[in-house]
Design a protein around this ligand. Structure first.
Ligand code: SF4
Length: 351
């Protein structure tokens, strides 16, 4: 019988072809061609992460006691996350509905600006499958590789024309738009971008977390929306931005008919608790519960909770917000998950 393949919980792509095998010592190991997943699986499956206060490893009981003391000193607790599974998202919303916490997503200025533009002006989006099947030109903007290392493989980018831009500012994008609209010669720097876009039948624009220069993000996303509108008069042009918090946004919209907040928006200027691993760009938190510990620069206290998709079963919505993926426990354990810890530390809710 072929081995059961596992869904990777470590980025919004949720690759479903991971093989979990036993090492010669009987320890589970993940077979995956992805540097991000290799590090995360190795750390998570080894079960060797310890509780930490500042730079010192401590017992889980001591870290929990310190965390509870800190939480008791605040009214409403500010909780940030890059994204969670479905059950955690529901339970976070319940805590928020009782005014125990305020939830915010670890968005960047670029992702927030794009989301706002989509909300305001609407745009064409697509699934990973659409892009894989139909796109003939892929334009990546910003660092797509670090957050989702196997994205190019999953959309079969090698079989398509690819162009790449580093974080875009409004002026170069305006020049690209002008060249396309007027059919005029673009300068030598922009030619490698303009020519493939011009030749595309189906253009997929893929945005990284730093797709736009921060100080010009709002103006640049507006320009990009206009460019897409223009291109769609003669060809298909879509945007794909994988969202690690697709589950949280969907659950918040279903349950409370509101949008989930973002750490880039005030008044969420302080993060008391982060659930799960911090992203590269994440603001430091006082306490991190669960996920991979990335050290004191991301959290003063770390408590090693069970990870959904490693220690517990769960489900999650993939980053293109189209399919629900099962996250199976690769190494079931009894330790509490991050949301179970948070509920415990915050105390009983009224019925
Ligand atoms: S690209 Fe993302 S989901 Fe796929 S294996 Fe790497 S970390 Fe996991």
């Amino acid at each position: 019988m072929p081995p059961t393949l596992h869904v990777c919980p470590f980025c919004p792509l949720h690759c479903d072809d991971i093989s979990i095998e036993a090492s010669s010592e009987g320890q589970p190991i993940a077979k995956v061609q992805c540097s991000k997943a290799t590090v995360a699986y190795t750390t998570a499956l080894s079960g060797t992460q310890s509780a930490r206060i500042a730079d010192t490893a401590v017992t889980p009981a001591l870290a929990a006691e310190k965390a509870k003391d800190l939480l008791a000193g605040h009214g409403v607790i500010h909780v940030a996350t890059s994204g969670t599974d479905l059950d955690t998202a529901r339970r976070l919303n319940r805590l928020q509905a009782h005014d125990r916490i305020r939830i915010a997503i670890d968005d960047t200025v670029s992702t927030t600006a794009w989301r706002a533009a989509v909300g305001r002006e609407g745009t064409l989006s697509a699934t990973l499958g659409d892009v894989r099947m139909h796109a003939d030109v892929v334009w990546t903007i910003g660092d797509v590789e670090s957050d989702t290392p196997r994205l190019r493989e999953q959309i079969d980018a090698e079989a398509k024309k690819s162009v790449h831009s580093n974080s875009l500012a409004a002026e170069p994008l305006a020049e690209i738009f002008y060249s396309l609209r007027t059919n005029s010669q673009s300068n030598d720097n922009l030619k490698p971008i303009v020519a493939p876009i011009e030749s595309a039948n189906y253009l997929a624009v893929i945005l990284g977390a730093d797709a736009f220069v921060e100080s010009e993000a709002t103006a640049t996303v507006e320009m990009l929306s206009k460019l897409l509108w223009y291109l769609n008069q003669t060809k298909r042009a879509i945007v794909l931005q994988l969202d690690a918090a697709a589950t949280n946004r969907a659950v918040t919209a279903w349950q409370s008919n509101t949008l989930v907040d973002s750490v880039t928006n005030p008044p969420h200027d302080e993060v008391h608790v982060r659930l799960g691993s911090p992203a590269e760009h994440a603001q430091a938190a006082t306490i991190q519960i669960g996920g991979i510990d990335r050290g004191r620069q991301f959290a003063e206290i770390f408590w090693p909770a069970a990870i959904v998709g490693i220690d517990r079963d769960g489900v999650i919505i993939r980053g293109d917000a189209t399919v629900t993926m099962p996250l199976a426990a690769a190494r079931p354990t009894e330790i509490p998950t991050a949301i179970e810890c948070l509920e415990l530390w915050l105390g009983e809710l009224p019925n």
